[in-house]
Ligand binder design. Structure first.
Ligand SMILES: Nc1ncnc2c1ncn2[C@@H]1O[C@H](COP(=O)(O)OP(=O)(O)OP(=O)(O)O)[C@@H](O)[C@H]1O
Length: 664
């Protein structure tokens, strides 16, 4: 073997290798990503050289091959790329690489583990896992000779002749004793799948190609079908439900940005702090927690973002404040808002279908980001008790169908206008925007919004409101009750929001006939007397008993009594419960409204009036009246929140007693 050259890499490098090896990077595994990326670069450079007419002969089929030798504990990465001449080895491997390594280490020694992508480590990341690194390379340049370079991790290298006959490069690593995992086939496959799945060159291992290669996000949206997007999603997130919709990002100025972002089905209590978007740099995987790049309200999204303009060798905090990163984040938010708006306008049926999930996201985004809020405020919809009639579609055969195309970024589905627009309206599907709600109800309850947060427990109240022609919005997600309603109250400062069980709106109440004085001695009204009967029967000072006359066409359409939770008190308790991460207990202090117009109340009043005080205690009819009062209270509680074990026991016992007496 002829030694062509022996030498020291640079004077200052002694301290670099130990740092690279031990302390700089915890995830040694990225060395494979770096070496594969160099191989991919080399292959594309050869193609370019050929296009420039610099290559005599044809460009071979691109190929990267990984092989392992379990006896010698070596791992080889072979490519048929551009190769290197002796001078290039000296320039790129000996000098540039190591001197930049030194710079790199100096700069980032302290923060290295905090670095976002660990990119730019390049070739010398091999020394994190190898005690010896060898290169065999033959340049495409005419007259080049194959070179063998080797270095054992000390600053000394050796250049000799190589037996390589094919243009390209092979990097051979002799693994350190504690890095033997990297010759295990499973580990190699897993690393290629994680980091290099989408590089555009086949990576062969054990006689098969082990990477997908095709990066869908680099394709033009026009060439892709819905099925392509769905298939890609299923590939990225196996065993997950299909996404609701997606946005294809495709920008090349002022930065390069490609990506596909999907809206997954969200649960209302989704943990939005956990990101699932995969960050790539030129099709090479960086990580899947790009919290610093994506504004946190976009975190529930999934998919891929690929941009070589996102700096990866900066600390996480520097990244958050980086101009390009901020501008990319804004761009993404804007594109998403535009996409949502186009669905809202063009395919309302779809918008309604995915509203439950997308709505949570839009609301969260509105809370978090002022700019985003402005973009989506017109497309916030709510489920309502109002339902408009469907308007028949006017089909106009003369009108040509128009294809909608976005500018710059193209959306996944090109839709046809004029098909069913007039047939469908949000109102006909039981949805409304808040401005439309306020406008529609201006006459009846100006600047008042009635809402329901739980269709089961608040059914009685909803029914009561509906019967009186009042419109109720359903705001039943976690985000609605805890954050979004207070947010809307700030946005619409003149509007008052009250839950259907908070108080009885004036429109539901009529002048109380029971307010006439019935006992001239005490000046008590019938209402006062009813209240007293109930106070005595319930004997609970925490319950605030009130009487009101509810309007109704038929007595059956209103309940005899209701439990109310005043809005401010309930919200305070809810806030406290959220801060303590608990579910709000039903407050002992609540309002119990007795509906004086209900025949049952009237009957109880009569029953207790007719009672004669007996020497041994209450008369049977007074006892019955008392039991019925307690029963009505329990029924009101059941309609509000159900009964606890103790409450249910006495309710059942009393029911049986009442039934027995009634059948005597
Ligand atoms: N497989 C290869 N084939 C041809 N040239 C290579 C190969 N690997 C490395 N090189 C040469 O060595 C140089 C240094 O590589 P290194 O990986 O350290 O840095 P880089 O690829 O330029 O950038 P990065 O730090 O982002 O990886 C490369 O720019 C390239 O010229």
């Amino acid at each position: 073997m002829t030694v062509l050259e022996k030498g020291n890499i640079t004077i200052h490098t002694e301290n670099i290798f130990p740092i690279i090896k031990k302390s700089l990077y915890t995830d040694h595994e990225i060395f494979l990503r770096e070496l594969i990326s160099n191989a991919v670069d080399a292959i594309s450079k050869l193609k370019m050289a050929s296009l420039a007419g610099e290559l005599s002969g044809d460009v071979p089929e691109p190929e990267i091959t990984i092989t392992v030798d379990t006896t010698n504990k070596t791992l080889c990465i072979y490519d048929n790329g551009i190769g290197m001449t002796v001078d290039e080895i000296k320039k790129y491997i000996n000098q540039v690489a190591f001197s930049s390594a030194e710079e790199f280490v100096k700069k980032y020694q302290k923060t290295a583990n905090d670095l976002i992508g660990h990119f730019g480590l390049g070739f010398y990341s091999a020394f994190m896992v190898a005690k010896q690194v060898e290169i065999d390379t033959l340049s495409y340049k005419e007259g080049s000779e194959a070179i063998h370079w080797s270095c054992d991790g000390s600053p000394e290298f050796e250049l000799t002749e190589s037996s390589r006959t094919q243009i390209g490069t092979t990097v051979t690593l002799t693994l350190m004793d504690d890095e033997q995992e990297y010759i295990e086939p499973q580990r190699i496959r897993q690393l290629v799948k994680t980091y290099s799945d989408f590089v555009p060159v086949p990576i062969k291992f054990e006689n098969e190609s082990i990477n997908k290669q095709k990066a869908l996000w680099k394709d033009s949206a026009q060439n892709l079908t819905d099925e392509d997007y769905l298939e890609f999603y299923r590939y990225l997130y196996p065993f997950q439900e299909d996404p609701l919709l997606w946005v294809h990002l495709n920008t090349d100025y002022p930065y390069l940005l490609n990506g596909i972002l999907y809206f997954p089905k969200l649960r209302p209590d989704v943990d939005v702090s956990q990101g699932h978007i995969k960050l790539f740099c030129n099709q090479v995987f960086v990580n899947d927690h790009c919290e610093e790049i994506i504004p946190d309200f976009l975190m529930p999204l999934r998919g891929v973002i690929d941009s070589p303009d996102i700096p990866l060798n900066v600390s996480r905090s520097a990244l958050t404040n980086h101009r390009t990163v901020r501008s990319i984040a804004n761009h993404i938010a804007k594109k998403i808002a535009t996409r949502l708006k186009s669905i809202y306008e063009d395919t309302p049926e779809e918008y309604v279908k995915c509203w439950k999930d997308v709505g949570t996201f839009i609301k969260y985004g509105s809370l978090k980001d002022e700019k985003f809020k402005k973009q989506v405020e017109d497309i916030l919809i709510y489920k309502t008790t109002y339902k408009a009639d469907k308007v028949e579609a006017k089909s106009d055969p003369e009108t040509p169908q128009v294809q909608v195309e976005g500018e710059g970024d193209l959306w996944e589905n090109v839709k046809t206008k004029g098909e069913s627009e007039e047939k469908f309206s949000y109102e006909s599907e039981g949805y409304t925007t808040l401005p439309a709600y306020l406008e529609r109800n201006k006459e009846r309850h100006e600047n008042r919004v009635f809402y329901c947060t739980d269709t089961d427990t608040q059914a009685t109240y909803v029914e009561l409101y509906k019967n009186q022609g009042l419109e109720i919005l359903f705001m039943d997600s976690f985000i609605d009750t805890n954050y979004f309603i207070p947010f809307l109250e700030k946005e619409y400062s003149e509007v008052k929001f009250s839950r259907v069980d908070a108080e009885l709106d004036d429109t539901l109440v009529q002048q109380d006939k029971a307010d006439e004085i019935v006992d001239p001695n005490t000046n008590k009204t019938r209402s006062d007397q009813i209240k007293e009967i109930f106070e005595k029967a319930l004997n609970n000072s925490k319950v605030n008993i009130k009487t009101q006359a509810l309007k109704s066409d038929t007595p059956d359409s209103t309940p005899p009594a209701m439990v109310l939770l005043p809005e401010a008190m309930r919200r305070l308790r809810e806030m406290m419960a959220v801060s303590q991460q608990q579910v709000m207990d039903f407050p002992d202090e609540h309002v119990f409204v007795i509906n004086t117009t209900h025949p049952l109340i009237e009957n109880i009043y009569q029953l207790s009036q007719g009672s004669i005080i007996q020497a041994g205690g209450d008369s049977p009819s007074a006892e019955m009246a008392k039991m019925l009062c307690q029963h009505i209270y329990d029924l009101a509680l059941i309609a509000q929140k159900g009964l606890d074990g103790e409450g249910m026991k006495s309710f059942v016992e009393r029911s049986n007693q009442v039934l027995t007496r009634l059948t005597k």
